[in-house]
Design a protein around this ligand. Structure first.
Ligand SMILES: Cc1cc2nc3c(=O)[nH]c(=O)nc-3n(C[C@H](O)[C@H](O)[C@H](O)COP(=O)(O)OP(=O)(O)OC[C@H]3O[C@@H](n4cnc5c(N)ncnc54)[C@H](O)[C@@H]3O)c2cc1C
Length: 416
């Protein structure tokens, strides 16, 4: 049976998070856009206490499953990741920059969750459930390696009981939060064997305070200005041998199993980025509809398209785009929750949502005319905030490439 309805449990969570986003997040949106590099500490501390690990739970950490507790007798639907996406959408509806600055494991934690040993999970994930805010981050991008991850130049060399890291990472989300503002960590992608290409690239957990690791730049950004984005340099940075995620072996240079496993992290996180985008798009659409209602403009649903006004057509197109993105996102996460391969759907969801939100927010500014451009409203901010969804976690173009490869049955080498 096809069912597009959320379960009563998720609906209740959605309503609760929406109220929280409206009352506690949205009112701070403008302030922390203007005060870039500052954090709303009262809110973040409160989030940590109330949600236990920020929105970690929302980011797909099912504590019962993790602890191996018995399943309750009445079989619940598997919907941890789906519930996470709905929560993410609502908080990002409140404000994208502030939501991104919420404490929690982030991408680094997702990598530990996806490919860490039980000991690594215990050691590195437990800290997010404490009283103090803690952040995790992931450092893949380098000056010459972003979309093309195979080009990563940061090296990891085994020296006795330690890995020695050397290289430079750029655009690390929450890097400062993880390494300077809390007792967090960053998962760093480095090569153990340059000649092996992707097969040689491994993720390493680097703890805050590790000598040889230094934040070298804090980005000033167009949007999501409450979220910190940093460059990090590694100079003979020594970490324990056991801080590698997955096997250190480069068994067969033609096989990239380890790399694929880490890339699988993105099957969980790309739909969440799509949910972030949908939250911002929904904020813009909600605003527009409220404004038009106040102005006495009625949207005539169901009339013949050739009789619609151009405004009606625009709004209905925006709504359709957002709904399509949301359904793709839910599908990708439902598949993940049910143990199905979802890499195609994850990329489709992110590509669609990134494109939809940039178009929706831009159109909303256009429809509102000069008011849309003014800082009096949040529309211009949403337009700035939205673009990142088309860039991080793989650009929109890369998602289309991945989608095309999978649909057409081409390999990475056949379709670049
Ligand atoms: C605010 C922000 C936060 C970020 N956070 C993180 C983070 O936490 N961790 C991290 O590791 N990285 C992070 N990034 C980096 C981000 O993931 C990369 O910028 C992104 O993957 C693109 O890589 P690149 O910058 O090397 O661009 P490039 O790969 O050089 O791409 C430039 C342009 O070319 C296009 N392009 C590239 N290859 C192809 C192709 N084969 N076909 C068609 N078009 C192509 C791209 O789509 C893009 O439009 C962040 C970036 C920003 C702006």
């Amino acid at each position: 049976m096809i069912d597009f309805e959320l379960s009563p449990r998720i609906k209740a969570t959605k309503n609760m998070i929406h109220m929280f986003a409206e009352s506690a997040v949205r009112p701070l949106a403008r302030q922390y856009d203007e005060q870039e590099h500052e954090k709303p500490w009262d809110l973040l501390n409160m989030v940590q206490k109330v949600m236990g690990g920020g929105i970690a739970g929302a980011f797909g950490t099912d504590k019962k499953e993790d602890k191996g507790e018995e399943e309750p007798k009445e079989k619940k639907p598997k919907e941890t990741n789906l519930a996470g996406a709905v929560t993410v959408e609502e908080i990002f509806w409140g404000d994208a920059g502030i939501a991104l600055s919420f404490p929690g494991p982030g991408l680094g934690g997702a990598a530990v969750q996806a490919s860490g040993t039980p000991e690594q999970k215990e050691k590195f994930l437990a800290r997010f459930a404490g009283d103090k805010p803690v952040w995790g981050a992931m450092a893949i991008t380098e000056p010459e390696a972003g979309s093309d991850t195979a080009n990563i130049k940061t090296t990891a060399v085994l020296d006795g009981d330690e890995w020695v890291l050397n290289g430079e990472k750029i655009f690390v989300t929450s890097g400062k939060s993880a390494l300077e503002d809390s007792e967090g960590f960053v998962v760093v992608w480095a090569t153990v064997d340059k000649s092996a290409g992707r097969a040689g690239i491994k993720p390493f957990i680097v703890e805050h305070g590790t000598p040889g690791m230094q934040i070298t730049k804090i980005e000033d950004k167009m949007g999501i200005r409450c979220s910190d984005t940093v460059s990090i340099s590694f100079m003979d940075c020594r970490i324990p041998k056991e801080n590698i995620l997955g096997s250190p072996e480069v068994v067969d240079k033609t096989k990239t199993e380890g790399f694929k496993k880490v890339m699988a992290t993105f099957d969980a996180t790309r739909p969440l980025v799509a949910a972030m985008a949908i939250g911002v798009g929904q904020a813009a659409l909600d605003f527009l509809r409220e404004y038009l209602t106040e102005e006495g403009v009625e949207l005539r649903y169901g009339i013949n398209p050739h009789r619609m006004t151009s405004l009606e057509r625009d709004i209905m197109q925006m709504e359709a785009d957002l709904k399509a993105a949301r359904l793709l996102t839910w599908r990708a996460l439902w598949m993940l929750d049910n143990g199905l391969r979802n890499d195609l759907q994850a990329s489709m969801a992110k590509a669609k949502a990134g494109l939809a939100v940039t178009r929706i927010t831009q159109k909303a500014v256009e429809i509102m005319g000069p008011l849309g451009y003014s800082r009096e409203l949040l529309l211009e901010k949403w337009m700035r905030d939205s673009k990142i969804n088309d860039i991080f976690e793989g650009t929109g173009q890369i998602q289309l490439l991945v989608t095309a490869r999978r649909i057409l049955g081409f390999s990475r080498e056949q379709l670049k």
